[in-house]
Ligand binder design. Sequence first.
Ligand SMILES: O=c1ccn([C@H]2C[C@H](O)[C@@H](COP(=O)(O)OP(=O)(O)OP(=O)(O)O)O2)c(=O)[nH]1
Ligand SMILES: [Mg+2]
Length: 179
Amino acid sequence: MERGFEVVSKYANEQLTLPYRTTQNAAGYDFQSAKEMIIPSIWKLNFLKVLWAIRHETAVTPDELEKAKRVLKPFLIPTGIKAYMNPNEVLIIANRSSNPLKRGLTIPNGIGVIDADYYNNEGNEGEIFVQILNFGIRDIQIAKGERIAQGIFMPYLLADQDDQAQKKTRSGGFGSSGR
Ligand SMILES: O=c1ccn([C@H]2C[C@H](O)[C@@H](COP(=O)(O)OP(=O)(O)OP(=O)(O)O)O2)c(=O)[nH]1
Ligand SMILES: [Mg+2]
């Protein structure tokens, strides 16, 4: 066993498709969304009003502020998939190039870095999520099973000083190691 994909246990009975390549020399394994999701356009809220209000400390209703925070925060699309790989390998999650062009969907972290020690971590079993922000003018509906991003396995290198820093055991993702 070198590297590959498995369905995380909470999706065991949902007939998810493991990531796959669509052409002979495709580098990326396409990941599907595990759930139907609506990704609201960041322009949907009264964006300028909220920004103006915050900046000038004028009245903005708690509702407007809540909506602003919700819509401006990236959404995490669950894939229901975990990836195993050799310890010197990493899985890079990249956007599909058609996503920004056709649907205004961007991956705000640029790329996702899926560490080998994320697999089966005690916090979330290593489920891979795709961060998405919709900068388009329409809300976007993502169907369950729709391809949303691609994963590329790569080897990575260590710096000469690598053993100087103590290593922790990974217990989750998205800031689990602190700030
Ligand atoms: O798009 C992504 C990026 C990361 N991850 C998971 C896998 C990765 O191993 C873990 C940690 O990612 P990263 O190190 O980039 O984020 P962090 O903010 O430094 O979190 P942590 O403190 O958990 O390392 O989160 C995803 O599922 N999707
Ligand atoms: Mg990290």
